[in-house]
Each structure stands twice: as C-alpha cells, then as structure tokens.
Design a protein around this ligand. Sequence first.
Ligand code: SF4
Length: 733
Amino acid sequence: MTEESRGQTAAHIRDVMTTDGAAVNEQIRNLNANRYESVAAFDDYETCRERAREIKERAIENLPTLIETVTEQVEANGGHVHVATDGAAANRYVQDVLDEQAGETVVKSKSMTTEEIGLREHLAEAGADVFETDLGEFVIQLAEESPSHIVGPSLHKSREEIATLFNEQFDPDSPLETPAELTAFAREYLGERMKEADLGITGANFVLAESGSVVLVTNEGNARKSAVVPDTHVAVAGIEKLIPSIEELHPFLELIARSATGQDIAQYVSLLTPPVESPTLDFDRPDQPIDATDDDREFHLVLLDNGRTAMREDPHLRETLYCIRCGACLNSCANFQQVGGHAFGGDTYTGGIGTGWVAGLDGPDATAAFNDLCTSCSRCVPNCPVKIDIPWINTVVRDRRNNGNTPDAVDHLIDPLVPDQESTGLDRQKRFFGNIDTVLRLGSALAPVSNWALSLPGVDRLLESTVGIDRRRSLPQLATETFRSWWADHHEDPDSADTTVHLFVDLYTNYLYPERGKAAVRLLRELDLSVEVTPVLPSGRAPLSQGMITTATEQANEVAEALESPIAADEPVLVIEPSDLALFRSEYSKLLPTETAAKIDAGTAGILEYVSPLIKSHTEIESGASGEIVFHSNCQQRTAGFEEPTVEALEALGYDVRTTDVECCGMAGSFGYKSQYYELSMAVGDDLEPQVADTDVLASGTSCVAQIGSLTDGDEPPHPVELVERAWAEHRS
Ligand code: SF4
C-alpha cells in the first residue's frame, strides 16, 4: 500500500465516520449491550452453542445428501427445487417463474442471499416492480444504498434522515415524523403492494431437508406475508442453510434472536412447508380468505451454490458456511461499532465474517478494502453462536492477499535483506510490523542513540511516508538496558526455593518495558520460587497480525523448541504479555502439531494466573485497604479468560478494582500506529478515555499501554505485575 492509497483509505474511513458513525455507534452498542444481557440470563447458552456448532459441522459435511433429501421432499410436497450454480442462474430461474405467471409485481422480504446475487436489481431491469417489505431494506431501496449491517441494513440512518426520505419520495398529506408515523405509513404502503403482488420472494434462515420446510425468523412478520399472500412463493437460500430436520432447529431458535438483538426469541418464527400447508389467501373473499381446498399455490426453492461448494472444500473458509447471519460478531467489534458496513464490509456481507463470505464468493482480493479492519482482537469469537474463529479466517485471507501481491523493483531489493519467510511483494508496512522483532533488536542495540534519532525533526514524516507509522503517534522508548541484560546480573534465588518456574521473555518486556520483567522476577522470588528465564522469543503474534503465516509458524516452532525442556520437566512457563499467552492458547493450535500446541497450552500460564492463588492463600488485608484502581485488560486476554486472576490478586492485596468496559482499546497491536487507521483507532479509544482519565490505571497489553498513554496525554500505565509486586513487598515487610 502506497502513502497515497493509505491516505485514500483514511479519507474513506473518515467520511463514513462522518456520515454513518453516530447512528451506527448508538445502534450497535445498544444491540451489543442487549445481547450481553440476554445471553447472561440464559443458562443453556454454552450448551446450545456446542449443539449448534455440532449440527452445522455435520450438515456441511453431509451437504450433498441434504440437497438430495430436500429436493425429493419439496417435489413430493408439490413444489420445485432449482440448485443454481451461480447468481446469474438463480436470477434467470426466478425471472422465468415470474414470466410464466405473466407477473409484474414482486414483494420481497429481507434476504442477504438475494442481495448477494442482485436479484431485485435483475428483476427490475427485466421490467418488474420489486418492493422490499422489510422496513430497513425498504429504506435502503428508497435511498438506493447498500446495507450497512447484515441484520439492520439501514441502521446507519437516523430517524430524521428516514423521515426526509419518506416525505420526499411519497409526499404524504402531512409530513411523517415520528417512528410510529413512519412505520404505520410503510406498513400500509407495503400491505397494498403485497395484495397486488404476483410473486413473493423470501430468503430462509434455515431449510429443513426432511420436511422441505422453510424457517423464517423476523421481527416484522413481513416475510411470512410475502410468502403466503401472493399465489407463488420463491424462497432463495444458500445451500448452507440446510439442516436435517426440525429436530435440529431448537438450539438455533434459542440462539439467533439472542445473538442478533438480545431478544429471547424473535417476534415471528414461521415454519412454512409450501405449497401443501400454505393455502392461498383470497382477498376477494374477505369472510373466508383462507381455504385449505385451494390448490393453486406454487412454490419454488432456489438453492444457491455460487462458490459455496468450493468454500466447503477449503479447510479455512469452510467454517464461514456455519454462519447463521446473526450479526453478533459485527456488534461486538470495536472497529465495526465506529464505521459499520459501509467501511467494514463488501456490498452485501459486512464485518469480520464478511471477509469469509466475500473471499469465498469473489476471491481474497475482493476483501482488500476491509479485511485489514479485523485486528484479531478476538472479541467476536465468544459471541458467535456457532463458534466460528472469525479472526483466523481474516488472517488466512490476509495471507492469501499478501501472496497475491505483484512485487516491484524495490521489493526485489528489500526481500534478501529481511528475515521473514514471506513472498516478495509483501506490503512494506506489513513487512515492517511483521518483523518488529528485528526492528526492536537493532534499535535496542543502538539505544539511546536510536531514541534520540527517532526524536529528530522530520523522522516522524519519514516513517509515515515509508512504512506508514502515523506521525501523530509517539513511539515507545527503547530501554537502554534490556531485561535480559539486567537478568545477567540478577541470578540469585531464595535459598528456600524448591519449585522452579520459567519467565517467558517477550519482545516488549525485553526491549521496551524491562521493569515489568524485573517486577515479575522479584515477586516470584518473594513467593519462594526459583526463577529461570527463556531467551528473547518472538511469539509469532506480530507476523500473524499482518497475515504472515509462514513467518509466524516458524516463530511458533522456535518457541516450541525453547519451551520443550521446561514443559517436559513440569516447570511452569509464565507469560507477562497477554497477547502472547492468548496466542499460545488459540492460534498455536493452527500453527503447530496438535500435540505440541496442547503441551504449550498446558505448560504455560499468565504471570498473575500463576501467582494469584499463592497471594490469595497468604494475605489477610482488608478489601479497599489499598485504594481504588482501574484495570484495563487486553482484549485477547478477556477472550481467553485470564483477566479474573489479576483482579483477584489485586483485591487480595486490598485494592478496590474496577475493570474497563470496552471491547478493545483501539490500538490492537500495530493497527493504531498505521496512518490509514489512526483516526479510527482514536475514535475506538474515545469510549475508553473517560474510564481511564484522572485515575490510577493498570494495563496488561503492550499496545493498550501505548493507547492509554495517547488517550490521556499522560504517563503510560504500569503492568499489573508491577503493582502486585510492590504491594506484596509492602505487605510482607
Ligand atoms: S459469524 Fe457468527 S456471530 Fe457473526 S454473523 Fe455469523 S453466526 Fe453470527
């Protein structure tokens, strides 16, 4: 990415934040808060997630059989099935159905699958009048825009904007203003269109193969009306919507509305088994509009492939097919909360999972405009009802994009000089951040001269134009004495120690923040432990975040080799940097052989995970005795579930601990340093700023420390181990 294209990306994000940002932020944060509340009150949430995941895995595995079964059953019911290889074939089929009816008017419910293939536009070009009946889709159709969210397509629009749109388009007798007036108008207008319609098109949340039933989950009831009012119903569904039978439906009905909007269940759950159980509505016979003897109904099920079979064969993109399109991953994404799908998404599919869909349907390069907005913060993972590893899909697609780059002359010169294992042509900004271990090692060897050089006038501008570090960011100071240099003179262990632990020396502790390493060593010794330290080990996190999977794998293997001996000796390896520990617990299973990854997972622990029980077993300090403290834990730490021991250790030492309430600080490793994302990063941080300003703060993640320093224009907060060590020493003295 050149400086110019970085500038264009920044300008686009800035524009979308200006036009959509406020409405998107308000709506999505509400949805996210509602989902947390609803899920917390649902005891069977994890059980349902497990079951839903298992059903989806099996359904995708057995997809060819399910397609055969549903085809036989729908035909036995009197309907028709068409398996469309691509969007053009699906559109042609639906148009043929409409032509056979000699029809002109079509009503359509919300369906991302029909958005994907441009069905409305296709039918309109062929001369049909097509009306979206979902309120949000109707607004988008009137505004001639694309959806900004897979569940709430028009949530980027304020009430005022929608009122202006309706008043301009329909010129009502008295201007429409309130939500009630706007909704009533749309209901009446669209109700009339439904009565006139020759064809009703719906999507399907699920298709039950055994009975040939279509399941529609909505809050407006318009999908059911679109299906049953016109004489002919066409349901268009991706082949991945098939599940075996009604037996498998339950966990999805428990999960889908909770995950989407925080409702226990959606307002309308319609199970239609057309045409047999859905007789025609006859508006000329108002006293008896439904008569089960009417047999002039027609039903067509269009099952869309459009690249899904290839996704099923792809070991990394396959998981995307488990998606039930609830939008929880979008709502829990800090970046998406600021910009919505008009910056973070393709034409149809948005957010982190949008990368999987768009890459699967159109190839990895089609995601170039938004794939890098996934920072792998991982906050979406525990919120996905079918447990899709969305960050990993984004990483793989990034890697594929990297490998598809066309190298230029400079790349050929740079390539032999850099230590990574990536192909020539890798974006230079990614190459810089993916090789941060080398940057820190060389910079540290020259400190303090390197710190002085970085402060010279014009250097910030040079870094921005060459490797895209935003000039408004302060760079961390390189330590003049690294942690490993300090360690060389501090080997003495307590005489009474009979247990040995190993401290994992990460890049940031060694080169930037040695104080946290020193505090960890002192604390462990105070707790009567013998301490060894590892060499300085790049964990693979930095290259992985840039989509440099080969380099990350090589670093993971080096870590595995270094940790083999202590783990084999049953000596715990303690980790200070939470993003590294989270890597060991999640992505290492993708980078290393299963057994090796499992051993590293079992043999490592967060520094405070390990010491917290020891401290709790010793101290008798009263709660609140040491004052108030705010703890901001790293996003990956929260996802991996090791935030709590830090809180417990601090509370045991007498602190009143308040944890911050944000999904991510906005820095997310290198993301916030990149010039094209600086403003988005700071906007995400705006939610954190009031929670950490003018108070005593601790932060565990290196990038969170830098972001809090920027947000507050103040000192960078210490790592919790530094405070715990000080408080423990005072308590013991
Ligand atoms: S990836 Fe998961 S959370 Fe995101 S829309 Fe799909 S099912 Fe919902």
